[in-house]
Design a protein around this ligand. Structure first.
Ligand code: UD1
Ligand code: CA
Length: 452
């Protein structure tokens, strides 16, 4: 929203009980494409450069504050977030009311729901533009929904003026037929909002205060066109309206959102030149970057990682918090655990697991290995089944392997240990001492034969 629009603030309401989620974890902390729902919302909010972001959380959501704070270290928003506690989760209007003193410091507020993470920043910027053009007391972001069940319906008069929003539980059969629904996103002129907030009465089985009732109240204040609906257009942003504006109330909707977001991420990657063989079985999160002409085969899962150009990630790989350079071959069924750093032209093959290790340029760990807390130089070959034993039950130790080392099959490298460059280790050896440069180390018992 830029410095000159610094009067705009953002308020995220995220203090609901999340009853329909049937989870111990607050709704906004449910994981979606590799990060909590709220992180997606804050990343979108960040792109709007608001003057300040308020997040309404419940008392129990101390966890939410902690998680958000842990997530925002590198964000421009980080000094601009204020947490507001709603002690009793008795409705969206009540959540906003809790933020009164936050609101009083600003002139306009964009209200976002803590369970609507798919909205794109461009959509919100257009929404804001529309508000600025018409200067109403309130603008509601609405969308047409084939299956409007569960959403507040936008009731309009014959001329198309917004009259009120009617929630599912209070809708007549006639109103239930309305397909234009409330996305839960609004921009309010703050003095107008504050003038009606106190007048909202609790209602329904749950005796909640609905923010949506502010609309009718604002309309009653004057006959002028006070509330407008800004309808999300089909195809606005990168995807259809439902795919942006859906709210996540249940685990089923969480899975729906996951699918939508996953396909958006994959579409972007494909548009940038990545080959995704089977988008339906590929899971890549929003924090992963992949270079051109890298091929991702089916059933691959990648989160928070960077993969370079011209790599091939074969069937069944699982990659977390790792870095992969260019022309690397992974899999089938390779597991890169956090802080794996795989350099150019390296190969991590069938059922090999790497953790917190550097695998140098051109090095190969092709079959059934475990490499943890290690640094491998260039052109190292790790034979089938060879492992680093990095853990003694209490502490973890490092294994250092120099350039051009050949580790035979089924070798145990008992860390801490160093194998200097050019050395060879005979198959089946258990290496407990450092191995010097260019030497051959064998540490196994000699074969004996017993006569029958
Ligand atoms: C709400 C809207 C509905 C809209 C839909 C869009 C109301 C009354 N209804 O319904 O018109 O179509 O969103 O997704 O607003 N929250 C609090 N404190 C509370 C209650 C809720 O902070 O006491 C937060 C929730 O954490 C959530 C948001 O407000 O992020 C919306 O609440 P939710 O219960 O999901 O409302 P819906 O029934 O989905
Ligand atoms: Ca909701």
């Amino acid at each position: 929203m830029g410095a000159k629009n610094s009067k705009f603030s953002v308020l995220i309401v995220a203090a609901g009980k999340g009853t329909r989620m049937k989870s111990m974890l607050p709704k906004s902390l449910q994981p979606l494409a590799g990060q909590p729902i709220i992180a997606h919302i804050l990343q979108t909010a960040e792109k709007l450069s608001p003057s300040k972001v308020g997040i309404v959380v419940s008392e129990k959501n101390g966890l939410l504050e902690k998680q958000v704070r842990a997530n925002i270290k590198n964000w421009s928003l980080k000094n601009n977030i204020e947490f507001i506690v709603q002690y009793k989760a008795d409705g969206t209007a009540s959540a906003v009311k809790c933020a009164s003193s936050f609101l009083k410091k600003h002139k306009k507020v964009l209200i976002l729901c803590g369970d609507t993470p798919l909205l794109e920043s461009n959509t919100l910027l257009n929404f804001k533009k529309d508000f600025c053009k018409h200067q109403p007391a309130c603008s509601i972001l609405t969308f047409d929904n084939k299956n409007p069940h569960g959403y507040g319906r936008i009731v309009k008069d014959k001329k198309g003026n917004v009259l009120e929003i009617v929630e599912e539980n209070h809708a007549t059969d006639e109103i239930k037929k309305i397909n234009e629904v409330n996305s839960g996103v609004y921009i309010f002129d703050i003095p107008s909002l504050l003038s009606v907030l106190g007048k909202i009465k609790k209602k329904g089985k749950k005796q909640e205060y609905y923010l949506t009732d502010a609309i009718e109240l604002l309309n009653k204040k004057t006959l002028a066109k006070h509330v407008i609906a800004s309808k999300l257009k089909q195809g606005e942003g990168a995807s259809s309206t439902f795919k942006q504006a859906m709210g996540i109330n249940s685990k089923k909707q969480l899975a729906e959102a996951e699918k939508i977001l996953r396909h958006k991420i994959l579409d972007k990657l494909m548009a940038s030149g990545v080959t995704i063989v089977d988008p339906d079985s590929t899971y890549i999160d929003a924090n992963t970057k992949i270079g051109k002409d890298t091929i991702i085969q089916p059933n691959v899962y990648i989160t928070n990682s960077k993969i370079g150009k011209n790599c091939i990630v074969k069937m069944g790989c699982y990659i977390v918090d790792s870095k992969v350079a260019n022309k690397v071959e992974l899999g089938p069924y390779a597991h890169l655990r956090p802080q794996s750093d795989i350099r150019n032209n390296a190969k991590i093959g069938n059922f090999s697991e790497i953790k917190k290790s550097i695998i140098g340029e051109g090095s190969k760990v092709p079959h059934l290995s475990y490499v943890g807390d290690s640094v491998l130089g260039k052109k190292v070959n790790v034979g089938a089944g060879a492992i680093t034993a990095n853990y003694d039950g209490k502490n973890k130790y490092k294994t250092i392997i120099g350039d051009n080392v050949f580790v035979g099959s089924n070798v145990n490298l008992i860390a801490p240990v160093k194998v200097n460059s050019g050395a060879k280790i005979g198959a089946g050896s258990t290496i407990t001492e450092d191995v010097s440069k260019n030497s051959l180390a064998i540490a196994r018992t000699r074969q004996i034969e017993k006569k029958p």
